[in-house]
Design a protein. Structure first.
Lengths: 381, 581
């Protein structure tokens, strides 16, 4: 046997013992490392939580910049802790550093694309950046995403937010579809949310839907001032001034401070007082209203043509002249007998009001009421 | 594993069964593979402890916040530098440096021998250096710790010299894999930079050790990749141009970094010996001064790389951090403080990448890639440019980020950075360091670049010594033929050889068709001359045949042809002169 073979043989003979010894050594080292690692992890968790709570405190006290550093420290001890990363992102947003926040949120989103909170924060950031499409994508991610607590509440709130976001960007058609979806899922007896929904329907131009939402709210809370005012406004915009008057009166009783409702109430009252086309109105009264309305419109036009500083518009002047000449024929006894003359007089009154509005700005009081009657008449045709 | 032959009574009796083959459970190669796994586990445990030690020390020295308290920023690195210098100069001189060259030295100079106290020294001094804010990383020390453990275990097991030499890189791969949580990059790095060759046995052992160490590391420290990067998707191929620009910037930054070390390190080494006690402290103080304004450059800086990837800095700050990190790492490393270059390289890359990405996005807002993607690609570019391990750099980026979508930009950027670095800095950094230390370790990059000479570079065309069996010359003409050995193509198309006297005898006896030819190895034009030399043996002449038609001769090759080819391709005197760097 050569020397090399001898050595190899020695090794191979000692091999089981040596390998066993090595295994024992590794086992010992493993146990030691396990204890050390346990202590290490405990220490890391402790540091992480400590910094996290410090950050929460700073954030709640409005010290966003400090909170950012605290959350960063916390994250250094637990890089995979989504809670820390999310709070860091929120602190960065609070500290007006949306770009930095976005990177963290994207990182979170990649791990959990269905996380409601992350999607919502990203949607807000994209909205601020003016990225409508991206924002909508994340808003929908939030609506259909996972919310560990009170998922329905969060989804409703997100729908409200996305609807407001869209209305703010004049994307009414998209907002309407969001609101319709929200209306379908919102409980009828949730008066506060039904009222909010009604107001958003109003902003989106869906007056009928708005009225339904306010009525739902009033079923749950009949004296809710905001719902009463909203219902009144919805009915007002829908041209149902009688209903509007009813709701607005109740709203004014419940909340006398609501100036907007009070103005609407006044206007609705005037519409009902001045409208000669209301059903079951005696012919004499109808004629009286037309004479009054014609006179009101003529005065408005006169005021408009004489408005200081504005060069007299030839069309306005000729309209006024025609009105003056027509006025002689607008007599109660004539109009009471001749419905065509009544219609013609009222049409001319509407023309005068509309011309005055075009040239001299928004109408108020009786002039506004006359314009509303004109619109209603137009719609009925 | 082997078991001695045993008698039925149970006692081994070699005398009675002398010729009976040894009964072994495992062969030596299998034992080696088993050892590789155990070394991987051992190295993994050691690296886990090493990383925990760094953090514990940092918490003690600076507290638990990411940013150190200003009152300690200068004091701690300075004081720790004194302790480190004392330990290194007095007790652990081999712990100096990164650890990669030390492992290569063990492999190529010391037959795989790494002293046990070097492991202890590397562990303690590197951990203290990194924890105290020196701008160095834990990966290269982990590599050396792994190699050292493998060496100690191999010596205890009294492995053969050959296996002991192989065991060091096996441990190195395990250490690096655990430090980076990236087994593929570790295996590639050890193959590319330490061993320099691929062979099934080495590769198997290295892979097993790397995988087992990573399993251990993940068991204790978690399986998440080193970095959490925001998602990336290449929107248009035009964006690759942006990454090409990043490759250029990365290459230039790499050259600045290596040239700075090349300049400063020998000058600090040349200072009187007593200054070695002060150099790490001086470097620590200077880094502390930088840390007063930019504490991010202190230590390994992984948390700040993560922040850079999450768009937490403006491009101006990223650029400043990249520049200051180059400065602080050059100071730390040149002062002889033990610690690695991998983490600083990644840090510089992340910052340079982020800065370039920020500027590009400013100039071209249509670029969609997030800053994190640029930071990640920048890491790879600097890794390729500084450490000059192109394959490793690509896989390292993929593994540390867990993001495969980034591969195209990484390949482009790394290649450009690598090429720029190579053209501006001929000697790779590890070769440079070993030469500064007076060691002549093999340069694996230079080896890769040496042109392989092939049979087609040396073979000659038609030769009068080539005959055909069916047309042998008459007996009187044989003696007139040149040479003493002939190649003969048999009727079956095979090539054989015959000596002149045997041919003359066979022809004289009229043994046409019965010539006894000796079978010859055949060569192909694309065979390397190294292979040709091995096959040549004592044959005076070998046939070079076509691969698609082995009966078709394309040339002949003799030993003198091979020697002549090597002589023709020998480097000139100018090429033999060592590069100025």
């Amino acid at each position: 046997m050569t020397q090399t073979t001898q050595k190899r043989s020695n090794f191979l003979h000692r091999e089981p013992f040596l390998l066993a010894a090595l295994l024992v050594l590794i086992a010992g080292f493993f146990v030691f490392t396990s204890f050390a690692a346990k202590s290490y992890r405990h220490q890391e968790e402790s540091f992480g939580e400590s910094w996290y709570h410090q950050g929460e405190q700073a954030l709640s006290q409005g010290r966003a910049s400090e909170a950012v550093e605290d959350f960063r420290n916390a994250l250094a001890y637990s890089r995979d802790n989504d809670r820390y990363r999310l709070r860091l992102a929120q602190a960065l947003i609070a500290d007006q550093r949306p770009q930095e926040a976005r990177a963290h949120l994207l990182s979170l989103w990649e791990r959990e694309p269905g996380d409601g909170t992350v999607n919502l924060e990203l949607a807000r950031l994209e909205g601020r950046r003016g990225e409508l499409g991206q924002a909508l994508r994340y808003y929908h991610g939030a609506i259909y995403g996972v919310w560990p607590e009170e998922p329905s509440e969060h989804r409703w709130e997100t729908r409200f937010e996305v609807s407001e976001f869209l209305l703010g960007r004049q994307a009414n058609a998209q907002a309407q579809s969001e609101l319709l979806a929200l209306a379908a899922s919102l409980p009828r007896d949730d008066a506060a949310r039904q009222t909010r929904l009604g107001n958003l329907f109003l902003r989106a131009g869906l007056d009928g839907r708005a009225l339904t939402a306010f009525r739902n709210a009033l079923q749950a809370q009949p004296k809710l001032p905001a719902a009463l005012a909203g219902a009144g406004e919805a009915a007002f915009h829908a041209g149902d001034y009688r209903t509007a008057l009813s709701y607005l009166r109740r709203a004014a009783q419940e909340d006398p401070q609501n100036q907007h409702a009070s103005d609407l109430l006044t206007t609705a009252g005037l519409v009902l007082e001045l409208d000669p086309f209301q059903p079951r109105l005696p012919a004499k009264e109808r004629a009286r209203r037309v004479v009054h309305d014609f006179q009101t419109a003529l005065e408005r036009l006169q005021g408009c043509t004489q408005k200081a500083g504005s060069p007299a518009d030839p069309s306005l002047a000729s309209l006024y002249q025609e009105g003056t000449s027509r006025k002689r024929r607008v007599q109660e006894r004539v109009l009471a007998r001749d419905s065509d003359a009544l219609e013609g007089a009222m049409e001319f009154a509407f023309q005068m009001e509309q011309a005055a509005e075009r040239h001299c700005g928004a109408a108020t009081g009786e002039d506004l009421a006359l314009l509303l009657i004109a619109r209603k008449r137009e719609a009925e045709r | 594993m082997s078991t001695p032959a045993a008698t039925p009574g149970g006692a081994p009796d070699a005398a009675t069964v002398p010729s009976r083959p040894e009964r072994r459970l495992l062969g030596e190669d299998q034992v080696f593979l088993l050892l590789s796994i155990l070394i991987g586990v051992f190295a993994g445990l050691a690296v886990v402890c090493f990383r925990m030690s760094i953090d514990w020390m940092r918490w003690e020295l600076f507290g638990s916040g990411l940013l150190p308290p200003r009152s300690r920023v200068i004091l701690v690195p300075g004081a720790a530098g004194l302790v480190i210098a004392f330990l290194v100069v007095r007790f652990f001189p081999r712990a100096r440096g990164s650890g990669v060259n030390q492992t290569k030295s063990a492999l190529y100079i010391y037959d795989g021998y790494i002293p046990g106290n070097t492991i202890v020294g590397k562990f303690l001094t590197s951990a203290l250096a990194i924890a105290s804010g020196q701008s160095l990383g834990p990966e290269d020390p982990s590599l050396q710790i792994g190699a050292g453990l493998a060496s100690v275990i191999g010596r205890r097991l009294r492995l053969s010299r050959e296996n002991l030499r192989l065991l060091a890189p096996v441990g190195a791969a395990a250490g690096l894999a655990a430090a980076f949580n990236s087994p593929i990059a570790a295996v590639l790095f050890v193959i590319e930079e330490v061993i320099g060759r691929w062979s099934a046995s080495v590769l198997g052992a290295v892979v097993l050790s790397a995988v087992s160490s990573v399993v251990v590391e993940r068991w204790f420290l978690g399986a998440e990749p080193l970095f959490r990067t925001p998602g990336y998707r290449l929107q248009s191929p035009g964006e690759l141009l942006a990454y090409a620009v990043l490759g250029v910037a990365g290459g230039l930054a790499a050259v600045v970094f290596v040239k700075s070390i090349q300049f400063l390190r020998p000058r600090l080494k040349a200072l009187p010996r007593w200054t070695q006690y002060l150099q790490p402290a001086a470097a620590g103080v200077l880094i502390g001064v930088i840390g007063l304004w930019f504490p991010q450059v202190m230590g390994a800086g992984y948390e700040f790389m993560d922040q850079a990837m999450h768009d937490q800095y403006t491009w101006e700050v990223l650029g400043i951090l990249g520049g200051l990190k180059i400065l602080s790492t050059v100071l730390s490393f040149s002062s002889g403080t033990p610690g690695g270059l991998f983490a600083p390289t990644l840090f510089i890359g992340a910052m340079v990448g982020g800065a370039v990405g920020g500027v590009e996005r400013l100039l071209f807002p249509q670029l969609t890639g997030p800053i994190g993607a640029y930071a990640l690609v920048g890491m790879g570019a600097l890794f390729a440019g500084i450490l000059r391990a192109p394959m490793t750099s690509v896989f390292m980026v993929l593994e540390v980020s867990g993001n495969y979508a980034i591969i195209l930009p990484v390949i482009i950027s790394n290649t450009i950075a690598y090429l720029i670095s190579r053209s501006a800095q001929r000697t790779p950094i590890f070769d440079l360091l070993s030469r500064q230390d007076g060691l002549d370790l093999p340069s694996l990059e230079e080896d890769r670049e040496v042109a392989v000479l092939r049979v087609e570079d040396a073979m000659r065309g038609p030769d009068p010594r080539v005959l055909r069996e069916e047309a042998l010359p008459p007996a009187e003409a044989v003696q007139a033929l040149p040479g003493e050995f002939f190649l003969v193509r048999s009727r079956s198309g095979e090539w054989g050889g015959i000596r002149k006297d045997e041919l003359a005898k066979a022809v004289a006896e009229g043994a046409e068709g019965k010539v006894h030819l000796v079978h010859l190895p055949r060569l192909h034009p694309d065979h390397s001359l190294d292979v040709a030399l091995r096959l040549m043996g004592d044959w005076p002449l070998l046939p070079v045949v076509h691969r698609a038609d082995v009966g078709r001769l394309v040339g002949v090759l003799s030993l003198s042809d091979i020697v002549e080819a090597y002589r023709r391709h020998a480097p000139t005197r100018e090429e033999l002169v060592e590069p100025a760097d």
